[in-house]
Write a protein that binds this ligand. Sequence first.
Ligand code: ADP
Length: 528
Amino acid sequence: MNIKFSDATAVGPWSFTAEERVPKNSMEKPLDILLVEDNLEDAELTVEAIRSNIPHQLTVLENGEKAILYLKKQGEYARSRTPDVVVLDLNLPRKNGFDVLREIKNDPRLKKMPVIVFTVADLKEEMLKPYGVRKEQYVKKSADYSQLIQAIKHVTQQPPKNQPEGNVYPLGLKSKIKILIVEDCREDVELIEEILLLKKKYEWQLTHVERLKEALQLLDGESFDVVVLDLNLPDSRGLETLKTIRKHKSRVPIVVMTGLQDDETGLEAVRNGAQDYLIKGQISAELFPRSLQYAMERAHLERVREELISYVNHELNNPLTVIKEGISQVAQGLLGEINDKQKGYLTKATLHINRLIRITDDLMDTTMLEFGKVVLKKETFNAVEVGKSALDSFRSFAANRGFDIRFASLGDEGTIFADKDRIQQILFNLLNNAFKYTEKGHIELSVRDKGHDIEFSVEDTGKGIPEENHEKIFKKFERLTPSKSSHAKGTGLGLFISRELVKLHAGRIWVESKVGEGSKFSFTIPKT
Ligand code: ADP
């Protein structure tokens, strides 16, 4: 079967985009569909089926690598559109469908993207679950395309992709508020039921379970506007209860209930991702609905802030990388000879671009850490090797500036189970600071085995830090150095990010320093 795509544009060996013309008076918005399919005939049949059923704009790509570049708006796809739905074959060249699904799931900007797995393979529900793909998102390829069309309609009729799970709307907009109460004390539940009966202004729908396990099951299948959570349940105790729910559902607003005179636990819960807390015994008809409302609105604002930062980061970072690449090609003379003066300007431009990229990366990391969204990807590796390679990346810079750089370790032992990229990021931050705030002398990185922990230290002979600021510098945006001094430009986020990453590893970070003599930043990471 040969189909002519009148509006098709070739973007690869045979990848194309096809823009379906939507009838002028149609109220239906065309769906933006990305089809990832390596078999041209299958692709043509699928496009034809979609064409006759759904107003659409369609892009077809023939391998997994391109699909990821397209979705992440990278390389030749820097200006790609964000699709409403991805229809994904699994058996793909250059990155198979499962790899594509994994990358979509691991990217906070993409993980909400509706995907339909469209394959000849017979798949069990459990095989797709780890990728966040539900039963209705899997369609087995056959001559009958009606199931695919149905699935596309189904997933795109879900709440819009930017809308958070857990319906985080300001309360005023909702007609019915769905509450999940996780509480094993019957009297507390009855009290809440009475309060809700009194408050007729809103319509409530209360679901009650006693165990964490049941709550997780319910949250998997249904969406709730707010969860009211007792931390101490028969199958989970303390902050662990909250953390487990948060890990499971990152967005749903949570109001924690704590015991009498336990403000500290309540505050700790808020620091760990709850939106508000209520003290049992002090719950009143006034307080309870107000707390729920506050939690829902707070979750909504958190979401808006996170999305805004993620959007700004995305919209800045990709173009910056493209600009940097262009400048680098010109500076290297790849596009024709350039003189020293021109080269000087290009080098300066590159420095500024690198700084902007660092700022957007830092802002993104800070937001993700604050919202508890950074998940460590732990693996076993040799801490000494990672330390050496971090230092190596500064060698040519150190040689140019006349620094003596040293590495110290006790043997080559030091196997550690941690997130290697994140450990490298912390070391990079500390080494970068050491070079930034040191005029001359030496910089030493040491990796030592401390029994249960590995201790990393970065020592410099720089300007030092007054003792009263040793705590302060780990806070967000804290800078002791005036940003005017050109080589010491920074965001004030490096140490904050480092501290949060160390904390995520259940380690410790601190500084020892004397003004005029130098500083030593150290952190420990448990070996297992
Ligand atoms: P930035 O370096 O981007 O300003 P950081 O969070 O990495 O942000 O550091 C916070 C502040 O701590 C810096 O502005 C600087 O004043 C101080 N600081 C960090 N490392 C050192 C160091 N090795 N020597 C002296 N001061 C330092």
